[in-house]
Structure formats: C-alpha cells, structure tokens
Design a protein around this ligand. Structure first.
Ligand code: ZN
Length: 103
C-alpha cells in the first residue's frame, strides 16, 4: 500500500479516490473518521489520505492526481478559497483562514 494523496478536505480526498477508481486503480481513503474531529486533533495527524492498494500503480495514480486538483476546483462539491485551501461544499467559510466563500 502506498499513500498518493492527502488533503485537508475529506470531499477532495473522496474525489481523488473516485478519480483513481474511475481509472481502474484500487484506492481507499484513510483518516476518514479522524477528519471529522478536525480542530480538536493536531492538523497533520488527521488529514484524510488516499492510499492505493498496489504500489505498482502508485506512479500512475500520482500522475492522475496531478491533473486532479484542476478538476477539483470545478467540482460542485468543493470550492477553493483565495488562500488556496480546498473547502467542502457545505461550508460557506474557509476553515483555514476564515474567508467567506466568494464564488
Ligand atoms: Zn482560506
């Protein structure tokens, strides 16, 4: 197993996993439960992470995800703050810098 992606946003992590599975790469999200406790746990310890089951596929997974963030911004489920943070669609305020959603 190998980690190929991590994000502060659970929606972004799920989106990344969906991209990989659409490409036929077996992937799963780790820290899904911990992510819901964001704000109470040290940030770096509870970021959602995307892992691929087969290390041989990690390279193509990373290549897919390098193109992914561009598509993430267009996904209705997430939005990108001016500070660069990807936020989940149900939030109207950036969890990191507190800015209101602008678009
Ligand atoms: Zn922000």
């Amino acid at each position: 197993m190998r980690r190929v992606y991590s994000s502060a946003s659970l929606a972004a992590a799920h989106h990344a996993r969906n991209l990989l599975e659409a490409a036929g790469i077996g992937a799963f999200v780790k820290n899904e439960m911990l992510a819901s406790a964001l704000g109470e746990l040290p940030f770096a310890d509870c970021q959602p992470e995307v892992w691929v089951a087969d290390p041989a596929q990690a390279e193509s997974a990373e290549r897919i995800l390098r193109e992914g963030p561009l598509r993430l911004a267009e996904d209705a489920a997430v939005w990108q703050c001016t500070c660069g943070e990807i936020c989940e669609g149900q939030f109207t305020q950036c969890w990191r810098c507190g800015a209101l959603r602008s678009a």
